[in-house]
Design a binder for this molecule. Structure first.
Ligand code: SAM
Length: 216
């Protein structure tokens, strides 16, 4: 037993990725089509998607709220972890992304179970009812994360999950010469999240770092 974790590097992450249940052809095709349509390739990693599905299944989640649809990759992936009457409500600001995602959702095995809500996260989230979701996933503009979190603590039921992407700030979290303009917002959010007493939470080092919190 030790308080110190094994040091992991890129080789470990490659090892993990090679041994995770692979994504299917539909999601691989979606990514290819999205890239061809000029949509940035900033969806979650397959092993992160797999981990999130496992969490959603373990939590017996039925209703999920997401901020940041992009091409619909994570929304479709999460919907597959829900029972047949489950839903993902996913919020997207960019009309081009929303339109692409809606087309691919309609062709997917979870058509009718993923609903794209167009608009800014901070305009849409306040309209969602309290205790109406079992889980939330934040993956959009980082400066808004503290306000999204406040809304999600209202929307997600007690015992539900709140997952937040990019805790590692696009790989620049600990880089003193970080260049991405959203890095300071991620650092500030991580410090904020660590103090939120309504959640038991941890950063899981998959993809670009995934916060997972359970609402007490
Ligand atoms: C990292 S991508 C989401 C990736 C997606 N969750 C996945 O893994 O497949 C971030 C998305 O958030 C959207 N976005 C940015 N600001 C937003 C806002 N204020 N409200 C809603 N969506 C926003 C962007 O247009 C982009 O499509």
């Amino acid at each position: 037993m030790s308080d110190v974790s094994t040091e992991v590097g890129n080789e470990h992450f490659r090892y993990i990725a090679e041994r995770t249940t692979p994504e299917d052809e539909f999601l691989r095709d979606l990514k290819k089509a999205a890239a061809a349509a000029g949509i940035p390739s900033i969806w979650i990693a397959p092993e992160q998607a797999s981990f999130m599905r496992i969490l959603l299944k373990a939590a017996r989640a039925r209703e999920v709220v997401e901020v940041g649809t992009l091409a619909g990759y994570s929304a479709i992936s999460m919907a597959r972890a829900l029972p047949a009457d489950g839903h993902v409500r996913t919020i997207e600001l960019d009309p081009k992304h929303a339109e692409f995602a809606e087309r691919w959702i309609a062709r997917s095995d979870v058509a009718g179970r993923v609903h794209v809500l167009r608009g800014a996260g901070m305009d849409v989230l306040p309209k969602l009812a309290a205790d109406s979701a079992d889980a939330a996933f934040l993956d959009a503009d980082k400066a808004s994360y503290p306000r999204y979190l406040t809304e999600c603590l209202r929307i997600v039921r007690k015992g539900g999950l709140i997952m937040v992407d990019n805790a590692f700030a696009f790989g620049q979290l600990l880089d003193p010469k970080a260049t991405d303009r959203e890095v300071p917002a991620v650092r500030a959010f991580n410090d904020h999240m660590a103090k939120v007493r309504e959640l038991e939470s941890v950063i899981v080092p998959l993809g670009d770092g995934l916060w997972v919190g359970v609402k007490r």
